[in-house]
Design a protein. Structure first.
Length: 279
């Protein structure tokens, strides 16, 4: 099942493999383990962040570089913030990687990947009208590093705990002793959030959301509502409160939206934020 429309492919130096289904539903086997591997991510609209959930974390020291296609060549993204990184080790944990296209080089949509003026590694597979990035590790990752899911995640476990300090007490009732976090619920709540923003005419795609801080609190309350639901009648009031706060935040919050489709937070998009006010 495709939860979010994005393409995920890996090139290992010789072969291009499409993991678009696996990246959203199961696992991406041995995702760019070698420093020579590239992971390609494409979407219909520009985006400035992507979430990685890991089945098996990396333990080798390495960093990630991100490039985007400018119609002629790959350009280095700037201002990369890697929340998967810990003590110099990228993909050591689940997290969001945020970046920005360089202000001097525009990010362009690839009309048809089979044409000669498109990214060389992608020319073996016919895909239309996508904005592409490619991700590369600076050194070999540890053997067996496996991505579980690639997509969007607009809040954190820490924010959930900040709102409800008792929330982690419900991990075992929810998923047994093996459940260690709320990452799955956060991703589902993020889908709800994007659907609700689309319904309000604020965004057309998750990639239009440029600032994590615009939506993180609303996504946290939507996640809490999902968590409280199956816990029974004793949690009905908490669930109701969480949903009410979620709706309040959506109704009064103004959002920084990528109105010019360049994948960057521009000054006019900060000052001319988009939102609705319900009295």
């Amino acid at each position: 099942m495709l939860y979010q429309w994005l393409r995920v492919l890996k090139h290992n130096g010789t072969t291009l493999t499409d993991y678009s289904i696996e990246a959203q539903n199961d696992t991406v086997p041995a995702a760019f383990v070698a420093a020579t591997d590239y992971l390609y991510v494409g979407q219909y609209y520009p985006f400035n962040n992507v979430y990685f959930e890991l089945s098996v974390a990396n333990t080798n020291a390495a960093s990630l570089s991100i490039e985007y296609w400018d119609s002629r060549q790959w350009r280095s993204a700037v201002d990369i913030l890697d929340a998967t990184k810990s003590a110099g080790v990228t993909l050591a944990r689940n997290g969001v990687i945020q970046f920005s296209p360089d202000i001097d080089f525009n990010w362009t949509q690839v009309r048809d990947t089979t044409k000669q003026d498109t990214p060389p590694h992608l020319q073996g597979r016919e895909m239309y009208d996508l904005y592409w990035i490619r991700i590369k590790a600076s050194a070999d990752l540890s053997a067996g590093t496996v991505l579980k899911r690639v997509g969007y995640s607009f809040t954190t476990n820490a924010m959930l705990s900040g709102i409800d300090p008792e929330i982690n007490q419900y991990l075992t009732p929810w998923g047994g002793a093996s459940k260690l976090n709320w990452d799955e619920q956060i991703q589902l709540a993020s889908l709800h959030l994007v659907a609700d923003l689309r319904g309000r005419g604020i965004v057309v795609h998750a990639g239009n959301i440029l600032r994590f801080d615009d939506v993180a609190l609303a996504a946290a309350y939507r996640t809490l509502a999902l968590i409280y639901g199956p816990l029974g009648q004793a949690f009905d009031s908490r669930r109701k409160m969480a949903l009410e706060e979620y709706e309040r935040l959506l109704n009064v919050k103004r959002f920084t939206i990528d109105t010019d489709n360049n994948g960057r937070v521009d000054r006019n998009e900060i000052s001319n934020t988009v939102g609705v006010l319900v009295r």
